[in-house]
Write a protein that binds this ligand. Structure first.
Ligand code: 5GP
Length: 188
């Protein structure tokens, strides 16, 4: 997706450990016009898949997920990183975050992820695929079906995408980063 790639090259910043910061248009300040184009592109790429629900993880996945949900007129469910005390009927799984170097629990209510649901997962980044694997686990626990996974940015040098595609999952990434070596952004 050219406008996204151009924006990453213009505004993205590299940090040690293979971290790409896109804080001024995705992860902190957000560009809604770009986000709308991202939503349109996801809709185009998953057009042939039957979907009845979009799922994501808080917080950074919510903006692209809501765009896709809005365009497809489908509900959007975000997995929570803190189990609400008032919430019963929860499915939970553990995810390791390499950016934060710790594990955390994510949960979703069985009321909103149900048997027979055909879900599209949307998130901001795909790195090692741990968040994605956690969501696959939640979808499985719910008895729902994972139709595909869409990421704004995939870091190919971290191989999560490879693993997901090997499992036969329909994965779409709108910008694929080949390398961040020597703090230089190389996009496929
Ligand atoms: P994974 O679980 O695939 O290893 O990492 C994906 C999650 O970690 C994303 O949801 C994102 O929040 C975070 N993440 C991974 N790599 C980066 C990065 O380079 N930059 C930013 N901003 N977040 C990242």
């Amino acid at each position: 997706m050219k406008i996204l790639k151009d924006r990453i090259l213009k505004d993205g910043k590299c940090f040690p450990g293979g971290i790409l910061k896109v804080d001024n248009f995705i992860n902190h300040q957000m560009d809604p016009i770009l986000m709308k184009s991202i939503g349109v592109e996801f809709v185009r790429r998953f057009a042939s898949n039957p979907i009845n629900k979009i799922i994501t993880v808080e917080a950074s996945g919510i903006a692209p997920a809501i765009m896709v949900g809005y365009l497809l007129e489908l509900p959007v469910v975000f997995a929570k990183k803190k189990k609400p005390s008032t919430m019963e009927n929860m499915l939970t799984t553990t995810v390791f975050s390499f950016t934060k170097n710790r594990s955390y629990e994510v949960c979703v209510s069985k009321d909103f992820l149900c048997p027979g649901d055909k879900v599209l997962f949307i998130d901001d980044f795909l790195a090692n695929g741990n968040a994605a694997k956690g969501m696959i686990d939640l979808v499985k626990q719910a008895g729902a079906e994972l139709v595909g996974m869409g990421f704004i940015i995939e870091k190919a040098f971290q191989h999560g995408g490879e693993e997901l595609r090997e499992q036969g999952i329909h994965v779409e990434s709108l910008a694929i980063i080949e390398s961040l070596d020597h703090c230089e952004i190389k996009i496929r």
